[in-house]
Design a protein around this ligand. Sequence first.
Ligand SMILES: NC(=O)c1ccc[n+]([C@@H]2O[C@H](COP(=O)([O-])OP(=O)(O)OC[C@H]3O[C@@H](n4cnc5c(N)ncnc54)[C@H](O)[C@@H]3O)[C@@H](O)[C@H]2O)c1
Length: 325
Amino acid sequence: MKKILVLGSEGFLGSVLVPHLLKFKNISIIGIDECFFGKNNHSSNNFKLIKIDYNLLNKKFFEEFHIIIDLINISNDPASELNKKFTNQTNYLNKIKLYKKIQNNKKLLRYVYMSSCSVYGNNKNLITENSIPKPISLYSKLCLKYEKFLKSKKRIPFTIMRLGTLYGWSPRMRYDIAINKIIRDMVFLKKVEILGGTQLRFFCHNIFACEIISQIIAEKKYQYLNKTINVGNFNTNIIQLTKKILSLTKIKDVNVFHEKNTIDKRSYEVSTRSSRKILADKNFKNLTNKSIMNTYAKIKKDKKPFASKKITLSVYKEFLKKNKI
Ligand SMILES: NC(=O)c1ccc[n+]([C@@H]2O[C@H](COP(=O)([O-])OP(=O)(O)OC[C@H]3O[C@@H](n4cnc5c(N)ncnc54)[C@H](O)[C@@H]3O)[C@@H](O)[C@H]2O)c1
C-alpha cells in the first residue's frame, strides 16, 4: 500500500487530483488543507482530510508517507502581491521548514513540487527545461527560489513540475484563470474583455496535470527523479484563444472588447515535448479541444459563477483582513 500525502488537497488542482489518484489500486491518501476554499473532496476508506495549517504538523507526522505532493502556494499573481511578507512566508519560508521535517524520511520515494511556467517570464524563443528562467512576479520569483533550494539540497528525491496556466472544471472552481474566466464571461455576460492579447501562454488542463502526476509517482525507471519538467498541452495567445473557444463552443452573440494596452508583461511559448513523452498520447491534439468543450459543458451549469470564493484574490483579501496579517 502506497501512502500519499497531498498538501493543499482541497484547492483547484487537489480537488480533481485526489479522485483521479483514488482510481488506482493499493493507495491511501491523506489530504491536508486549511480549507480557504472549503472542503471539496469526499472522505472514503482510502481518503481522509485533515483540516489544518500544515505548518502545525510535526516531523513524526510525515514519516509514514511514500509520496508527498505539494500543492500549497498562493498561486495567483494579484493575490500574491496583496501581502508580500505573507506570500514569502507561504510560498518559500514555510516550505524550507517542511523540507527540514522530511529530509530524513526513510520511506519517502518522491516529493512532487508544483511550480509554474510563469518562471519563464518574457521569452521569445520556444522554451524547454534548458531555457533560462526570467521570473517577473513575486509568485514566480518565489517558485524559482524554492526550486533552486530543492536542487541545491538533494536530500530528498524530488520532481519539480512547472505547470502551464491551469484550466478545467473543479469542485473548487477558479474563475481567475484565463480559460475558465473567458468561458464564464462568454456564457453568463455575453462579453469578453481582452487586455493586450498578443502575449503567448502555455495552458494545462487540470486532468492532464493529474495524469502526469500519476505517471511521475508510479514511474519505475526514475527518469524524472530530481528533474524539472514543463507540463501543459497547448500554447496560444489570448486573441487566438478567444477565437478558438468561440468557434468550438459556438456560443452566440458574444461582444469581444479589445484593449491593446496591458500591464501584463509575461509572454512565453513552451515546448509540449516532455508532456508528450510522459503520456505517449497519440490523441494529444484532440485532447485540447475535448478538454475545452468539457470545461464549457460544466461551466454553463454553474449555479454561482460569480461567487467571490471562486476568485483566489477575494478569498485571500478577506483572510488577511480578518486575521489582521
Ligand atoms: N492554477 C494555476 O493556473 C497554476 C499554474 C501553475 C502552477 N500552479 C501550482 O499548482 C499548485 C496548486 O494550485 P491551485 O490552483 O490548486 O491552488 P489553490 O489556491 O486552489 O490551492 C491551494 C490550496 O492550499 C491550501 N493552503 C494554503 N495554505 C495552506 C496551509 N498553510 N496549510 C494547509 N493548506 C493550505 C488552500 O486552502 C488551497 O486549498 C500550486 O503550487 C500552484 O503554484 C497552479
